[in-house]
Design a protein around this ligand. Structure first.
Ligand SMILES: Cc1ncc(COP(=O)(O)O)c(C=O)c1O
Length: 437
């Protein structure tokens, strides 16, 4: 006999021992709610993991997946592919701003990020600037869990267990300064000059060694850090001036989270590459990818016709079920005008979240679009403990699911949620934090 039937599954990003002592399970989902095995309806305040942007159980997406599974279970995309892969890529290219006209498909956000970093390296090499190998990320950035993404990422807990990661990486400083920005709604007024830090790094390493800068337009998993006004525009100007590619990691910010198809539109900045995932399929099937500008793609299209231009790809690139789910999801977003709905609800969402100011332990609240970080002051000598308690109390006693990173709650409801749902989420959070020591 095995000691414990919960032992076999080693859960990701989880306190396994505490979890297995008192598990938190979801057996089904519908609209804004998860349903527990014992039948409780738990409001989903974080769209799963920021991916179920149209709410759970959308019949149109379910049907598209079912139809695809019955028609074409799998097709390789190495030297072959299937027709819908072109439909999806064209749709995404049309959605993206500027000449972000080419799409490389992958399976997860982490794969998308590593793909974007590799494309940046191969781009420079293809143009005869193979010395540009340095990659620059930012403190408090999250770019998934591949070696490349962790190396350019800036969350210490995600880095410290894994040794030297990748050589030749440097980081911009975070744009977050609590003393300056606490309780700011949306983009802080000051801090654009932090982009000039890139000039310092160029001075240190020389532009001829730097391939790309990668940032999340709004840092998500670290606790929702909106960019200071003008910061992204400045990063764009400096990267362009020095021949450095700018990569936006839009794994969270894409597909309506900030009221637009991509954050690039919100900020009027066209990066050279965009990594996307999550909301592209409403979370229903893993699918992700990279949008590349024309000059990036064109630089690769050289050499003999029979030669592979980019030695990169995944067994599940353009998986038929993911592609079908994505096409149905994009239809749904458009027909229900969900990005505009998110934009229209941004102020009401911010107001609901900001009303938690003054509640016990709360030291900052940062809403933007339909995402908000709520920082709790860490318990003395025990960072993460209050956050874990919030996770437990929310699920077991208050029928609330909200993602917690250390002591920060990250609220990001489906774009189908409205003011009454924001108030409901807010009330539940208030009850939870009132009970934390
Ligand atoms: C900005 C960003 N990039 C990359 C990832 C990694 O995505 P995945 O977990 O699908 O690998 C995430 C996941 O939350 C993310 O927020």
């Amino acid at each position: 006999m095995k000691r414990n039937e919960l032992d076999a599954f080693w859960l990701p990003f989880t306190a396994n021992r505490a979890f297995k002592a008192r598990p938190r399970l979801f057996a089904a989902a519908e609209g804004l709610h998860y349903i527990t095995p014992d039948g409780r309806r738990v409001i989903d305040a974080t769209s799963g993991l920021y991916c179920v942007n149209a709410g759970h159980g959308q019949p149109r997406i379910t049907e598209a997946i079912r139809e695809a599974a019955g028609r074409l279970d799998y097709a390789p995309s190495f030297q072959f592919t299937h027709p819908q892969a072109f439909d999806l890529s064209s749709r995404l290219a049309l959605m993206a701003p500027g000449d972000l006209d080419h799409v490389f498909l992958a399976g997860s956000g982490s794969e998308a990020v590593d793909t974007a970093l590799k494309i940046a390296l191969s781009y420079h090499r293809a143009r005869g600037e193979g010395g540009r190998t340095r990659l620059i990320g930012r403190e408090r950035g999250y770019h998934g869990v591949g070696f490349g993404g962790v190396a350019v990422g800036g969350m210490v807990n995600n880095r410290k267990q894994f040794g030297a990661l990748m050589a030749g990486v440097d980081h911009l400083t975070t744009t977050y300064d609590r003393a300056r920005d606490a309780y700011t709604v949306g983009e802080p007024e000051t801090g654009a000059d932090l982009a000039d830090e890139l000039k310092r790094l160029i001075g240190l390493h020389d532009a001829s060694t730097i391939a790309a800068v990668i940032v999340e337009p709004v840092a998500g998993s670290t606790g929702c850090l909106p960019p200071p006004k003008g910061y992204l525009e400045r990063l764009r100007a400096i990267t362009a001036e020095h021949g450095i590619l700018l990569i936006f990691d839009e794994v969270i910010t894409g597909f309506g989270r900030l009221g637009h198809g991509f954050a690039a539109e919100r900020y009027g900045v066209v990066p050279d590459l965009i990594a996307f995932a999550k909301g592209v399929t409403n979370g229903a099937v893993p699918l992700a990818g990279v949008l590349a500008r024309k000059h990036v793609y064109d630089a690769h299209m050289q050499g003999p016709d029979h030669a592979v231009e980019l030695f990169h790809g995944y067994t599940y690139s353009a998986h038929p079920l993911g592609v079908a789910a994505a096409l149905a999801t994009l239809d749904l977003y458009r027909e229900e005008d969900l990005f505009a709905r998110a934009k229209a609800n941004e102020a009401a969402f911010a107001e609901a979240m900001m009303s938690l100011k003054g509640h016990r332990h709360v030291v900052d609240i940062r809403p933007i679009g339909l995402i908000c970080g709520i920082d709790l002051e860490s318990a003395p000598g025990a960072p993460g403990k209050r956050g874990y308690r919030a996770t437990e109390l929310s699920y077991h006693d208050h029928d609330l699911y909200v993602r917690v990173g250390m002591d920060t709650l990250i609220v990001a409801p489906p774009l189908t949620a409205g003011p009454a749902d924001f108030a409901d989420i807010r009330d539940r959070i208030a009850k939870v934090i009132a009970r934390i020591d």
